[in-house]
Design a protein around this ligand. Sequence first.
Ligand code: NAD
Ligand code: 89V
Length: 343
Amino acid sequence: MAELKGALIGCGFFAINQMHAWRDVKGASIVAICDRDPERLKIVGDQFGIERRYTDAAAMFADGGFDFVDIATTVASHHALVEMAASHKIPAICQKPFAKTLSDAKAMVAVCAEAGVPLMVHENFRWQTPIQAVKTALQSGVIGEPFWGRFSFRSGYDVFSGQPYLAEGERFIIEDLGIHTLDIARFVLGDVSSLTARTKRVNPKIKGEDVATILLDHESGATSIVDVSYASKLATEPFPETLIELDGTKGSIRLSQGYRLEVSAPDGVRVSDASPRLLPWASRPWHNIQESVLAIQQHWIDRLAYGGETSTSGADNLKTLALVEAAYESAANGYPIDIGAML
Ligand code: NAD
Ligand code: 89V
């Protein structure tokens, strides 16, 4: 199979991870990059040795010469760039949050489906080594049928220094971080039928909410809690670990701080280390996220090369985005939201 050629749009904070990971992905390489900011274009172009550089995505698509596009811009440009990719019949990966609204996201999924173009959302958290380990343990059946879960991300990490735009939006933690946690809840316990949420803003220097507590009814009958906070001052900072508790009819699973995985089953308790690898280009504490970037990008290339729908396709991601939108509506109005009615 010939190596697939990719183009990346958006050379900002997180794209550096994506560019490093593209170097490690088997079967693909990046041949062109685009950023409307010439300074960012130069930094990334020089760092990764990319000659083809554009400040205008339309000009890059017009020149062509690539098999897929990786959209690493912030959400405001996602709709237009995904449509541009579809109009050129170019398969697209798009960063989360995929769209500002669910109706926008539905239109983006539809335009790619009509064009017959594969579309994947870069929803990488479910690809983290510890999350995959939890899913594998659950699927082995040793804890029986899961009836309860908790997916928790509580931190006091200064996320605003790397991503200053996060302090400026009306919406913050659910849209930016909770979206990952909700996706993990879906990945582990299956799709959700209804949701109730409460939010708070603790940090007076930001506009949006920095704490959210969300109750999920899964279609399987299981109940779970997704709780996220950037206002939690803890003895040992856990960023960016997602902690998981699952209770099943025969046992339980606990993913606790430090990537400790404990599986309690009728035949005993097994404790293992579910730590991510520290890739040569990665740095702590981000290495968990960085490793998952490589995993999701490899998954995309494998699917492009050999066929099959991606785990976090645009269509799949509608179900995660619906939870985000429902959480804001429930928090604003106090009532539970029927998820099926939104899709
Ligand atoms: P950023 O602001 O640092 O970078 C975005 C870049 O895109 C900027 O350089 C900007 O000039 C460029 N850009 C914006 N619109 C453009 C357009 N139309 N054409 C060309 N260039 C354009 O943002 P970031 O922190 O790198 O975040 C980018 C995306 O990645 C966001 O959607 C964010 O939520 C997501 N993100 C994901 C993870 C993850 O783990 N999946 C982590 C961090 C950020
Ligand atoms: O996913 C994100 O966009 C990031 C982080 C992982 C830090 O929450 O903001």
